[in-house]
Design a binder for this molecule. Sequence first.
Ligand SMILES: [Zn+2]
Length: 208
Amino acid sequence: MRLISVSLIVIYSVLHFACQSSEAQRNPANDAPPAASPAPPPVADRFAYPLGPAENLTQAKDKKDEWYNAQDFGENNHLGEDWNKNSGGDTDCGAPVYAIAAGRIVFAENAGPGWGSVVIVEHVLADGTKIESLYGHLRKISKTSGDVALREQLGEVGNADGKYFCHLHFELRTEDCPMWRQAGPGYSTDRRGWLDPSDFIDRQRRGR
Ligand SMILES: [Zn+2]
């Protein structure tokens, strides 16, 4: 009987000590936490347009969808595309803006006069190439950090704090872009570092 009691005390002590040890490990005040290596961003293996209920849009003002590209990439030295609703004016204010592919938010704030709220998402393609998508003139940002899925909502179409009729200014950049992770000038004669957004999305959607 005495032996059993001693054994029980030993077992209890071991268990109690074990619990205390694991509590100590969980308490960051007792020890510096191990440096967390950030998880890699999700791979962007599928692309879609940033507006409308379907994944695809045509740039023309046609009956295939509700949206059209009012100012193309390169037109007037434009570094992006300006997407408007066919119905014009401010009829697109508040429409949801979606991530064009899986990625990670790297910028989400008001970028000042002419920009309004801006979200930039970094995407890693299957071959490791990095690009980023920029969504400008938003009236509201829905998500400010972390990873996003394809067509996860980022914000709402806005008017750059009253500067324009509502529309989405949408850019795509390569990693050598001089404005990587920044809002940028919107227009420039030098388009190195910027991609034609619709051309890129259409090529990805065709599988090349
Ligand atoms: Zn624009």
